[in-house]
Ligand binder design. Structure first.
Ligand SMILES: [Zn+2]
Length: 314
């Protein structure tokens, strides 16, 4: 029987994606609106209301800058509010995606961004880019440092480079006061050791796409950390993650898609988007024996608190 880790290996994950996205850059990301007064022009696209009876959920980990959304990015995003999505935190992974992610957050009122260099792109990290990361983290729509961490599945670049870049970005988080989003793939021990060294200065830590053991999850909760749960929970051969969810305190869970990757069942293998997030929330409710509304309320409250997001915009 496969365990979660093997299962994740089969799925495309938010790593190693193609970096050539020149076309995206040429898109008119921020529409040209004539400035007619001294008033600031943001937010560019205000939120559309969510039906009052629809429980609001927050997608805390998405990659809408990914090239798989190039054809229909704006129509997908503009359809999300009608599907109950209160806020989206778009996660960056390299210097290019940081710019694209912030542009999305500046364009849409309900979008926020993280800034950070994924371990797979750790070789991009240098003094000049570090200074840029500090600069970007001042943007008011930037709510986290991430995704950062270690990825020993591909072991590229070398582990010592990954560790150095991870530690340096934890320092950025500590200095800016922003919480961190952790990518940990087959590197649990080293990730924990590095975080332990820096934990005191960090305002918040969430492990995304969690693939560790039940014991490790218990340790994370003891340290006050969060876990964000995505579509892998719904996979038929998912074993360890449901066990983690069954005991995890409701005040430690957040929802994520990691879209376009890891679409929940029955859409596994298709392009994911936040419109499928309710399937993950429904599975959490089933496992914990609580209502969908309770799951929605708890995960939304956790996301608001963790990232410092506005209460459900409506
Ligand atoms: Zn991701």
């Amino acid at each position: 029987m496969k365990n979660i880790k093997e299962e994740m290996t089969e799925e495309k994950n938010c790593i190693g994606k193609a970096v050539c996205r020149d076309e995206c850059l040429s898109e008119p990301i921020i529409p040209v609106t004539p400035v007619t007064s001294a008033e600031p022009v943001t937010p560019v696209i205000p939120v559309t209301p969510i039906e009052p009876e629809m429980p609001i959920i927050y997608d805390t980990h998405a990659h809408y800058d990914d090239s798989s959304f190039d054809e229909d990015r704006y129509s997908v995003i503009e359809g999300l509010r009608a599907k109950g999505i209160g806020c989206v935190v778009n996660i960056s992974a390299d210097m290019l995606s940081i710019r694209e992610s912030i542009a999305l957050a500046e364009k849409y009122e309900f979008f926020y961004s993280s800034v950070g260099i994924h371990p797979h792109n750790a070789e991009e990290y240098n003094a000049e880019n570090e200074a840029l990361l500090y600069g970007f983290s001042n943007n008011e729509k930037v709510k986290a440092i991430g995704e950062i961490g270690l990825d020993y599945h591909y072991d590229h670049p070398a582990r010592d480079i990954q560790k150095k870049v991870f530690a340096a970005q934890l320092d950025i988080a500590a200095k800016t006061g922003l919480p961190v989003i952790i990518h940990d793939r087959e590197a649990h021990e080293d990730v924990l050791n590095i975080i332990r060294e820096k934990a005191e200065g960090l305002s918040g830590v969430v492990f995304h796409c969690y693939s560790g053991s039940v014991e490790m999850a218990k340790e994370l909760f003891k340290m006050g950390f969060y876990i964000s749960i995505g579509g892998a929970l719904t996979f038929k051969n998912s074993r360890k993650l449901p066990e983690v969810v069954s005991f995890m305190p409701l005040d430690r869970i957040m929802l994520e898609t990691d879209c376009p990757y890891l679409a929940p069942d029955p859409y596994r293998g298709k392009r994911n988007d936040s419109g499928y997030l309710y399937l993950t929330a429904r599975k959490i409710s089933e496992i914990k024996g609580i209502s969908y509304e309770e799951t929605a309320a708890a995960t939304t409250e956790n996301a608001i608190k963790f990232f410092g997001l506005p209460p459900a915009l409506n």
